[in-house]
Design a protein. Structure first.
Ligand SMILES: Cc1cc2nc3c(=O)[nH]c(=O)nc-3n(C[C@H](O)[C@H](O)[C@H](O)COP(=O)(O)OP(=O)(O)OC[C@H]3O[C@@H](n4cnc5c(N)ncnc54)[C@H](O)[C@@H]3O)c2cc1C
Length: 388
């Protein structure tokens, strides 16, 4: 007598976040009976709503480039195809260089990015100042510009995926945390929550910053560690800045920082603390704003007059090498891992969601094998992503 009762699902997704929600849409669209369980009260309440909305294909490896190129196709055509406003803006990304070190790194990466056919080029200082007239020109060497990249609202996007997933038949249960797996003869056959138990042929771990705890429930160790990052938003002002600006120079207390002007006029920005702040604390600190403001004003003095409206703190689900972990668990059957998205889960979501749906329905597309090899849960984790 099985421990669970009907209904049985083809797939259970743990986590209605940046990855789980688009995945649910593509799973249901592929005709799979899909249940999404999330401990939060609605979609996107984990790291997704903390993201600032950057979406780029300009990475340093095939897997993320391929997935994000597909995500950009989805985000940029969503309104036309499904009608929802995602506040998608295709205004590009600029990685700036004020020192020869960054110029060298960015130019080296450019060679790799060019081999993938990415629309990205090096602009010298005068050309870059035409794209971003308000950049501080002192010591500016230039930067890379990729006009095909962009940004969108993480919450609007996730709600759009949610509505379409439900329209395709996916079920979502909120306020329902997965507390255990049901494992029979080395195979996961379902999950338990405080509200009951559910049977499925396949379970996808898309639990974001909590992914390691969830995998451990099945005896699988996924090396995902939450890493605290803060962000802020200003008042809305008339449009004066098009691309996302990324400065990868390190400074005391921080690594890179990035900012852009959202569709609705606000400047949104965040910074990567150095050394990293490990843990799952999501209360804002008083260190963040002075640290990031100094750096922002250094590259764009004009920002000194803009007022900050709110700061917040969220979690990057980090892996040891800065690349996501995607693939079937080997320790137990029936578990698919889609975890460790680091600082890029929002932009990876749609491309990865489609890949997960192909894996769940036993199909594949050109390039899937290579992506899965790079993101394998069983890789050595010895490399280091250059544009984390
Ligand atoms: C300040 C900041 C800025 C960022 N900016 C960007 C950006 O510009 N672009 C970008 O692409 N990314 C950005 N990110 C990163 C991005 O937010 C994450 O990579 C992404 O949200 C991770 O997606 P996920 O689906 O893995 O996790 P989440 O979106 O956190 O979803 C995981 C879900 O799982 C649920 N869950 C966890 N455990 C359980 C359980 N046991 N049972 C049921 N449900 C469970 C959680 O409630 C949560 O809803 C940023 C992050 C931060 C903090």
């Amino acid at each position: 007598m099985p421990e669970y009762s009907v209904p049985a699902y083809d797939v259970i997704v743990i986590g209605a976040g940046s990855v789980g929600t688009p995945a649910a849409f593509y799973l249901a669209k592929a005709g799979l009976k899909t249940l999404v369980l999330d401990g939060g009260a609605s979609v996107g309440q984990g790291s997704n709503k903390k993201a600032i909305g950057g979406i780029r294909a300009t990475h340093s490896d095939t897997a993320k480039i391929r997935l994000c190129l597909r995500s950009i196709e989805v985000f940029s055509t969503w309104k036309e195809v499904y009608g929802d406003e995602l506040e998608w803006t295709q205004s590009g990304y600029v990685f700036i260089a004020y020192r020869p070190e960054e110029e060298r790194t960015l130019k080296e990466l450019l060679q790799v990015q060019k081999t993938f056919g990415l629309n990205i080029d090096w602009l010298d200082a005068p050309a870059l100042l035409k794209v971003i007239p308000d950049l501080n020109p002192d010591s500016l060497l230039g930067g890379t510009f990729s006009p095909g990249d962009g940004n969108a609202s993480p919450l609007l996007a996730l709600h759009a995926f949610y509505r379409q997933a439900v329209a395709c038949g996916a079920e979502f249960h909120f306020n329902e945390t997965v507390t255990d797996f049901i494992i029979q003869k080395g195979r996961i056959t379902g999950v338990r929550t405080p509200c009951g138990h559910y049977a499925a042929g396949l379970v996808i771990n898309a639990a974001g910053a909590a992914a390691r705890q969830v995998s451990l429930l099945a005896g699988v160790d996924s090396p995902v560690t939450p890493d605290c990052h803060e962000a802020a938003i200003t008042e809305a002002v008339a449009r004066f800045l098009e691309p996302m600006v990324v400065d990868i120079r390190p400074a005391p207390g921080s690594a890179n920082y990035y900012f852009y002007q959202h569709y609705t006029g606000q400047i949104v920005f965040c910074i990567t603390p150095r050394p990293p702040i490990w843990g799952d604390h999501t209360e804002e600190t008083s260190d963040f704003l002075p640290m990031v403001s100094r750096r922002l004003l250094g590259v764009m003095p004009r920002l000194k007059n803009i007022r900050v409206r709110r700061t917040w703190r969220g979690l990057y689900p980090m892996t040891p090498d800065g690349f996501p972990i995607v693939g079937k668990a080997q320790e137990v059957d029936g578990l698919l891992l889609a975890v460790g998205m680091c600082g890029q889960g929002f932009m990876l979501g749609p491309g990865l969601g489609e890949l997960l749906a192909r894996m769940a329905s036993g199909s594949s597309a050109a390039g899937d094998e290579e992506i899965l090899q790079i993101l394998s849960p069983y890789r050595a984790f010895s490399g280091q992503e250059k544009l984390k």
